[in-house]
Design a protein around this ligand. Structure first.
Ligand code: FMN
Length: 159
């Protein structure tokens, strides 16, 4: 799956991404720390909110954090390196699903909170592009309304 996820368009061959696996007991240990942080962020948060945060990483046995590495680069714009990392997330989703797993791309406040970032070892020039939760699907994913691609298409015409 990681091999498939790493075969993405990558301007300048920068490999502007890395993977951080959260698995097994580490999931709940992280959840306990997230719950504590959640309480500190909002002392008035309800118990159900705190519990939801505690169990954030318990939906699936494996979570692959896809991290964009966005240090200074004289040639390749940051946007392009972030796009590459987005492709990694999607390719990982598709690889997992192609192998018969359920997989979902989630972020939430934990992806952006400075203290959780530090806890995960995310560097100053890095961002969490997504947590890809991978496991055995418990049910069929509900379908949702999809955009009409034709409505999104215009033609450029010279004036
Ligand atoms: C960058 C990114 C972050 C996302 N974070 C969340 C999230 O935190 N919670 C959530 O319910 N869905 C999140 N989603 C949406 C889900 O990944 C997914 O698109 C949604 O559950 C519907 O699935 P579908 O697009 O396969 O129909 C995120 C999507 C992207 C691209």
């Amino acid at each position: 799956m990681l091999r498939a996820a790493s075969r993405v368009p990558d301007h300048g061959k920068r490999t502007p991404f890395r993977f951080l696996r959260i698995e097994g007991d580490a999931r709940l240990s992280l959840g306990e720390r997230i719950a504590a942080r959640s309480r500190a962020r909002d002392p008035d948060a309800s118990d159900s909110v705190i519990e939801k945060d505690r169990l954030r990483f318990m939906f699936a046995p494996t979570i692959v954090t896809v991290i964009a590495r966005l240090g200074p680069d004289e040639k390749i714009p940051e946007q392009e390196r972030l796009l590459t990392t987005g492709c990694v997330c999607f390719a990982l989703l598709q690889a997992a699903q192609a192998l018969g797993f359920g997989a979902q791309w989630l972020t939430g406040w934990v992806a952006y909170d400075p203290q959780i970032r530090t806890l995960l070892g995310i560097g100053d020039d890095e961002v969490v592009a997504g947590f890809i939760h991978i496991g055995t699907a418990q049910c069929e994913a509900p379908e949702r309304e999809r955009p009409d691609p034709v409505a999104l298409l215009t033609d450029w015409t010279p004036e």
